[in-house]
Write a protein that binds this ligand. Sequence first.
Ligand SMILES: [Zn+2]
Length: 480
Amino acid sequence: MQPRIRSAPFTVAATLTATACLLTPAVPAAAAAPTQGHGHGHRFTPGAPGVGDRYFPLEGNGGYDVRHYDLALDYTPASNALVATARVTARATQNLSRFDLDLKQLTVSSVRVNGRAAAFTRKGQELVVTPPVGLRKGARFTVTVAYAGSPQPVQRPDLGRFGWIRTPDGAYVVCEPDGASTWFPSSDHPTDKATYTYRVTVPKGTQVLANGEPGGETTRGGKSTFVWHERSPMASYLAMLAIGKYTVQKGRTRHGTPVISAVAPNRADELKIIHEKTIQAVDWEEKVFGEYPFTSVGGIRVGVDVAFSLETQSRPIYGYEPDTATIVHELSHQWFGNSVSVRRWQDIWLNEGFATYAEWLWDEQHSGPTAKSAFDFLYERPESWSSYKELWLARKTGDPGPNELFTITPYWRGGMTLHALRERIGDRAFFALLKVWTRTHRNGNVTTEQFIALAERISHKQLDGLFHAWLYTKTKPTKW
Ligand SMILES: [Zn+2]
C-alpha cells in the first residue's frame, strides 16, 4: 500500500490523518452445542467465526484451511452486475459440524459442500454453512457458493474508498485489509493463504487482468471468458482483478520472470515507464532481498484515480501515476507482505516499514540521498513540524490500532526503525538479515517477535531495548 502522499519524506506535505474511533465487534462465543458425527463417536463442533486477530476479530475463519479458490465471475460493467460461483477447496483442521466464510453485501442463492446441498445463514459478514454431514479433521472438502449482486466499495478512515471500484468501462479491486469478502466468499485473513483460479466472463471487447499468469481466453456469443492462475499461495487481500480496456506490454526480468504490464487507454503514455521501471526495480530488489518469490510480475495503471496504490500479488495496481519510489515500494512488498506476510494486522510495519526502507535504499544505491539522510531528515524535524506529533507521539509503530494501519507511523517510523537497527548491527549483519528473513519465511506468516529474534541471532546483539523504544513507545526514541 502506498498512499499518494506517503512517498519521499523530503517532499512531505504530510497530512494529519483523521483517526475516527470505530468499535470492532467482539468475537461471538461459539454458542451452538456440539453435534455428533455419523455414529463414530467423534465430537463435531462449529469452526470459529474469526482467526482471533485482535484488530479484525471476524476476519478469517476457524476449523479449516483454504487450499484453492476457483472463482467463476460473470460481470456486466454497464450495470455493475456480478453473477458468480466460487468453488473453495479446503482441509478441515477440526471435526467440523459447521463453518463460516466471510462475505459482505452480496446475495447467496445456494451452497453445496462436496456436491451436496448445505444449509446456510447470513450473520453480518459471516456466511454460516452447515454441511449435511460433519467434516472430519484432515479431510479435504469443496464448498461451492452461488451468489450475485452489485459489488460496492467500502471505506476506512485511514484509506478512504477501497474494494470494488468501478471505472467507465469496467472495475478493479484493491482489498487491503478486509475488502476481499465484498466480491468472493473467503477466509479473509492473511494467515489463510491459498492458490487461485479466476474465470471471468465479460462483454466481448472488454479485457480482464488478474494476479499470476493468463490461462487462455475464449469468446462465445457476445461474451469473452478470461482465465488467470495465481500458483503461489496468496493472502485474500492481495487478490486482484482489473476489468476494462487495457494496453498490455510483456517482457522478462533479468532472471527470466515473465512481466505483464498494462495501462488503461487514458494512461497510455505511462506504459513504457511503468514496464521498464518494474523490471529495473525487481532486478535490483533480487540483489538486495533475494530471489523474487512469485512466478510473474508486472503492474497495472487503472484509468480512475484513487488515493493509493496496492501491492496486489505479482502485479500491483497503481491508483495514481507511479513515480519510481512507488514502483519500488509496491514491488518490495512482493517480498515483505506478500511472500512474508503478517500473522496479525498489528504488525503492519513489517510490510510498510520495510517498503518505505526499500525506497530509501533504492535512492542510496542509485546516486540519491542515503537512507541515513532520510532518517536524519525526519529525526531532525522540529516540534513545530506539522507531522511531529503524528510520527512520535500519536501511536505505537508495532501496534498502531485497527483504524491507523496506513498512517505515517508504520511507514516512516517503521522505516526509521530499520535504519536504527542497521546502524546498531552494521551493514553486513543487516543485509544478511533481510535475505535470511525473506528466505526463511517465504510463503509464510510472521510476527515482530520473530523478526527481533532473528535480528538478535544474526547480529549476536541484544536488541530488545532498541526495538522496544522504536516500536512500542509513544515517544521519540534516542537514535540507536
Ligand atoms: Zn505499502
